[in-house]
Design a protein around this ligand. Structure first.
Ligand SMILES: Cc1ncc(COP(=O)(O)O)c(C=O)c1O
Length: 373
C-alpha cells in the first residue's frame, strides 16, 4: 500500500530555513515569527496570532491571561488529548468532563448546558479530528450564560463553520504544530484571536511580561518564555503555503473512500454537520457496530495494520479515565457516548487520505474485505 509519509518538506522549507540561518537571529525575535503569526491568523480569519512552543502551553496561556484559576470550573469534552484537561488543572481550575455527540465526536452542547454551575467560567470546546464542534449552539450557550468560549483547534487548521474558520469564534483558538499535525515544525503552537487586549496580554505572557517598545529588561507581569524559534516559523510558513492544496486532496480522497464504502453496514464514519463546509481532515474517525459489520473494532484495527494501513483504536479511556484523574481533581458528568467510543471507535491519520485515487480505492477494498470475511 503506497500511503505517503508524514511529515514532508520541499525546497521551500530549506529556502526559508536558509534565510533564518543566515540572518544572525534564530530565535523568536526574528521577523519570520511575526510574519507567521500574521499569515496564520489571517488564514484562520483572525486579527492576531500569538505563537508559542506547543499547543499545550497555548491553552495554558489563554487561561492564565483570562485569570481563570482556583474556584473556577471549565467545561471540557470527555474525549480529547490530555492537554485540553491538564491546561485547566494546571491553571488551578476544575475540569468538568461532559459527553460528546454519538457520531460527531464533539462536545454535546446539551450536556455542556446541563453541567453549568455558578462557578463555571468557560467552555473549552475541541474540534475533534477536524470538523468544528456545534458553534451555533455553543456560542449561544456561552453568550446566554455569560461564559468565555475557547476553542482547542489543535486538529482544525483551515476548518470552517459556515465559511468562518476555527479559532475565530471563541475569545481565542489554540492550534498545535506538533509532528503529527497537518502543519508542523515538529513542535509549535499558536493562539488566534480577534480581541486586541487578549492578544497583547498573551504576547506579553509568552515573552517574559515585556511590552512592545518598553525595553528588553522591563517586565511588567509574572510571565514566562514560550517563544517559538524562527527556525520553526520558517518551516511553518512553507507548510502553510501547501496546506490548502493538501486539504483539498484529503477532501477528494475522503469523498471517494466514503462513496466506495457507502453500502457497508455497521461502519459509521464521523458525522460532519452541514455547517462545516470544509475541514482539515486531521483524522478519519469512525465507529464499528460489530453486530452489523461482522467484526469487532479490535478485529478491524488488527486487519488494517495487517493490510499496512496505519490505524489507532481510539483512546484507551475518556480523559477522566487517565490515572491522573482517577484520583479526583475533576468533575465527571455521565458520559455514555464517550465510553462507548472507547470500545468501538477508531481513527486513521490524515496521511491515509494523501495518496492517489488508486491507493484510496485499495484502502476501501481492504476495509470492505474485513467486513466480508
Ligand atoms: C486536541 C489537542 N489539544 C492540544 C494538544 C496539544 O498540542 P501539543 O502536542 O502541541 O502540545 C493536542 C496535541 O496533540 C491535541 O490533540
Amino acid at each position: 500500500m503506497r500511503i505517503p509519509a508524514w511529515p514532508v518538506h520541499t525546497e521551500r522549507e530549506i529556502e526559508l530555513l536558509r534565510e533564518v540561518l543566515e540572518s544572525g537571529q534564530w530565535g523568536g525575535f526574528n521577523g519570520m515569527v511575526g510574519r507567521l503569526e500574521r499569515e496564520f491568523a489571517a488564514f484562520q480569519h483572525c486579527a492576531y496570532g500569538i505563537s508559542a512552543v506547543n499547543g499545550t502551553v497555548t491553552l495554558e496561556t489563554a487561561l492564565a491571561v483570562l485569570g481563570i484559576g482556583p474556584g473556577d470550573e471549565v467545561i471540557v469534552p470527555a474525549i480529547s488529548f490530555i492537554s485540553t484537561a491538564t491546561a485547566v488543572s494546571r491553571a488551578g481550575a476544575l475540569p468538568v468532563f461532559v459527553d460528546i455527540e454519538p457520531y460527531s465526536f464533539n462536545m454535546d452542547p446539551e450536556r455542556a448546558a446541563a453541567a453549568i454551575t455558578p462557578r463555571t467560567s468557560a467552555i473549552l470546546a475541541v474540534h475533534f479530528g477536524g470538523p468544528l464542534a456545534d458553534l451555533d449552539r455553543l456560542m449561544a450557550l456561552a453568550s446566554e450564560r455569560n461564559l468565555v468560549l475557547l476553542e482547542d483547534a489543535a486538529h482544525a487548521h483551515g476548518s470552517e463553520w459556515k465559511g468562518k474558520r476555527a479559532g475565530s469564534f471563541g475569545l481565542a483558538g489554540s492550534f498545535s504544530f506538533q509532528n503529527s499535525k497537518i502543519m508542523t515544525a515538529g513542535e509549535g503552537g499558536m493562539l488566534t484571536t480577534n480581541d486586541a487586549g487578549f492578544a497583547e496580554r498573551a504576547h506579553s505572557f509568552s515573552n517574559q511580561g515585556r511590552r512592545p517598545g518598553q525595553g528588553f529588561f522591563f517586565h511588567y507581569s509574572l510571565a514566562t518564555n514560550y517563544r517559538l524559534t524562527a527556525l520553526q516559523a520558517a518551516v511553518l510558513l512553507a507548510q502553510l503555503e501547501r496546506l490548502p492544496g493538501q486539504i483539498r486532496l484529503r477532501e477528494e480522497n475522503e469523498r471517494l473512500l466514503r462513496s466506495e464504502l457507502a453500502e457497508i453496514e455497521g461502519l459509521h464514519f464521523q458525522e460532519v454537520p452541514k455547517q462545516v463546509n470544509t475541514h482539515s481532515h486531521y483524522l478519519l474517525l469512525g465507529r464499528i457496530d460489530a453486530a452489523k459489520f461482522g467484526k469487532t473494532r479490535d478485529e478491524f484495527h488488527g486487519a488494517m495494520l495487517a493490510a499496512g494501513i496505519p490505524c489507532t483504536p481510539f483512546y484507551p479511556h475518556p480523559l477522566y479515565g487517565n490515572p491522573l484523574y482517577r484520583q479526583g481533581g475533576c468533575r465527571v458528568e455521565p458520559c455514555p457516548v464517550a465510553e462507548a467510543c472507547v470500545r468501538d471507535a477508531f481513527w486513521f491519520p490524515h496521511r491515509v487520505l494523501m495518496g492517489d485515487q488508486g491507493t484510496t480505492r485499495e484502502i476501501a477494498a481492504a476495509i470492505r474485505k474485513v467486513g466480508e470475511r
